[in-house]
Design a protein around this ligand. Structure first.
Ligand code: KG4
Ligand code: ZN
Length: 339
């Protein structure tokens, strides 16, 4: 079954073609990082305008790469949310137009669930039940994956997503957007012991995360107790790598500790990671040292936003539940427990 997937929930416009949920025939991603670096984060209006410009050529490029004509497609899948409403509408309308014009079934999938599926995509049989850990620019979730499509929400963030915290700390250090890769690179030259940052705790909620306190601690350390973001930096150029390393260690150790405790507590056989922050090599090495369970990572081309994970998950969802109506609406927020 040949599935064309479309992703446009944030600042990547992507189209992929995937056979039977696993075999990637094309995976085209147009990133907008160049546009948003000026603002230190995603500017929604600017993102939507770029999606409109590039979505049709991206679909054509995916068909060209897969050496397929539109008539060979069996299903059109699209990310229906969560994400920026204007951005989602563009991908949804392109998918609906293709479905209607080609008379092929249409299906809308949950973008966060697709991030979880990315690490399972290369596997014939995922090791379940497993702990799913989504760590991206917009989301931070721990879920128990019973099977593909059935999840129990364990914990989430009460404020910033972890990737968002990386992006905001990067702005404080004068690094470009997206901040995650820039902080990881800078931290390699730093000593995490030179600054002391503590991960956030949420009273009475052991599985939830909080990153705003950590972010504020970095702000105070770099710009002083006034907490003004536009204040001049108090630290020297030589100290910047130490701040990056101490922040990265505090944020990622929090993810690792809570994920390993949750996997044990909820009887999981493995851990599956997804989302842009799972690209972080320091995180991968921490897990390799500490986890007694198998840990699965998305291939690097499937960890950031992409449409292959949308097409792959769309296949499974279609087999389970069938097509969606063309009246399906995009959703800025969707619960992972009921995708
Ligand atoms: O999954 P993704 O492409 O988009 C969302 O669905 O949000 O994730 C983007 C996020 C950004 O916040 C970016 O800074 C972060 O992933 N990121 C990283 C790394 N690569 C990307 N964070 C830490 N270390 C990295 N190597
Ligand atoms: Zn994403």
């Amino acid at each position: 079954m040949i599935v064309l997937g479309i992703e446009s929930s944030c600042d990547e416009t992507a189209c992929a073609i995937v056979d039977s949920g696993r075999h990637i025939l094309a995976n085209v991603v147009a990133s907008q990082h160049d546009l948003h670096t000026l603002y230190g984060g995603v500017f929604p209006e600017v993102a939507c305008r770029r999606h409109i410009e590039v979505i049709a050529p991206i679909v054509s490029e995916a068909l060209y790469d897969a050496k397929l004509s539109k008539s060979s497609l069996d299903l059109i899948a699209v990310a229906r949310g969560p994400g920026l409403i204007g951005a989602l509408i563009i991908g949804m309308n392109m998918a609906k137009g293709l479905s209607f014009g080609l008379n092929k079934p249409f299906i809308g999938v949950n973008h966060v669930e697709a991030h979880l599926y990315a690490a399972m995509m290369p596997q014939e049989m995922p090791l379940l039940p497993a702990l799913g850990v989504v760590i991206s620019g917009g989301h931070t979730f721990l879920v128990r994956i019973e099977e593909i499509g059935t999840y129990t929400l364990i914990g989430t963030t009460v404020d910033d997503a972890i990737g968002e915290a990386f992006d905001k700390v990067a702005v404080m250090l004068g690094l470009p957007y997206p901040g995650g890769p820039a902080i990881e690179a800078l931290a390699e030259r730093g000593d995490p012991k030179k600054f002391s940052f503590k991960p956030g705790k949420v009273k009475g909620r052991p599985w939830d995360f909080s990153f705003s306190g950590l972010k504020t601690a970095v702000l105070y350390a770099t710009k002083g107790a006034s907490g003004k973001r536009d204040a001049p930096l108090l630290i020297t150029e030589e100290e910047k790598p130490h701040v990056a390393a101490a922040f990265q260690e505090a944020a990622l150790k929090d993810i690792v500790d809570r994920a390993l405790k949750a996997a044990d507590h909820f009887g999981c056989k493995a851990l599956y990671f997804g989302g842009g922050v799972s690209n972080n090599c320091y995180l991968r090495s921490l897990l390799a040292q500490k986890s007694g369970l198998p840990v699965f990572w998305p291939p690097f081309n499937l960890s950031l936003d992409n449409a292959a994970m949308i097409a792959g998950l769309g296949y499974h969802q279609f087999l389970r539940k069938g097509r969606d109506p063309l009246s399906l609406a995009p959703q800025t927020r969707i619960s992972l427990a009921n995708p």
